[in-house]
Ligand binder design. Structure first.
Ligand code: ADP
Ligand code: MG
Length: 243
């Protein structure tokens, strides 16, 4: 049997800022339908890695593949809008002048009826169908976040990149929104690369964790394997304040 092709693979990505290797020879894979979590303390290079995959920053070395096809190395580069990547960031704002429905429909092509059906289905799944004609400022932070999820998923991206998408939310809401988000992503079968500095979020959401420190991946594996057998004392300490 041949090995399945990763939805996303990055190989030996390096990014240097001011002579410092902020991302240092990072390789990782995200398999179809899986959530891979890039986990590590603040400043370790997670967002830079994600920005390079999204195509808004450029690596100094290394390659990016989607479904086995090269999309970017240091000479060849498919532009961000043609990578079939969905993005969700903490402060990735909705368009304030568009209704909830128009926000979700924004990146869609097809007939009006097809777009409407897709928008209604996604809003149903995040329990926000009743807000379809409202405007973002009429919604709570958690509701806006769920609209942002629906908007990112609407064009059926091959991969979703999520950078600390839940960190602006209040504690009481966070677990509920994490679980709902995970449910929608699994239903859609979307491959996800989720960046977080919170071990409990990675434990809750990931199929696979890549533990990052100082620009490098220091350990990777299933959440409970990493939790139960951290690679060194620093990794153990990082996981110890999990709640
Ligand atoms: P994380 O998302 O893990 O918190 P980042 O990828 O945002 O980390 O940043 C990693 C390091 O790279 C930090 O020390 C940050 O200050 C530095 N950095 C990020 N972007 C730039 C830039 N455009 N120019 C210089 N340094 C940067
Ligand atoms: Mg970051």
């Amino acid at each position: 049997m041949t090995a399945p092709i990763p939805r996303l693979e990055i190989r030996n990505i390096t990014r240097v800022f001011d002579g410092r290797r902020v991302v240092d020879d990072v390789s990782l894979k995200v398999m179809p339908g899986q959530v891979t979590c890039l986990l590590g303390p603040s400043g370790c290079g997670k967002s830079t890695t994600l920005r390079i995959i999204a195509g808004v920053d450029m690596q100094d070395a290394g390659e990016i593949y989607i479904d086995g096809k090269l999309i970017c190395d240091t000479v060849f580069r498919i532009p961000p809008e043609r990578r079939s990547i969905g993005l969700m960031f903490q402060d990735f704002a909705l368009f304030p002048h568009l209704s909830v429905g128009q926000n979700v429909a924004f990146g869609l092509s097809g007939s009006k009826a097809e777009k409407r059906a897709r928008v209604e289905d996604l809003l149903d799944r995040v329990n926000l169908r009743r807000f379809i004609d409202d405007y973002p400022h009429q919604l709570s932070g958690g509701e806006q976040q769920r609209v942002a999820l629906a908007r990112a998923l609407a064009p059926r991206p091959r991969i979703m990149l999520m950078d600390e998408p839940f960190s602006g939310l209040d504690n009481r809401l966070r677990d509920e929104i994490r679980d709902q988000t995970l449910g929608v992503l699994k239903d859609e079968g979307t491959a996800v690369l989720l960046v977080t500095h919170e071990p409990d979020e990675a434990m809750r959401m990931a199929d696979e964790i890549a533990l990052m420190r100082g620009g490098q991946i220091v350990q990777r594996g299933a959440p409970y394997n990493i939790y139960n057998a951290p690679v060194d004392r620093a990794a153990a300490a990082f996981f110890s304040d999990i709640n």
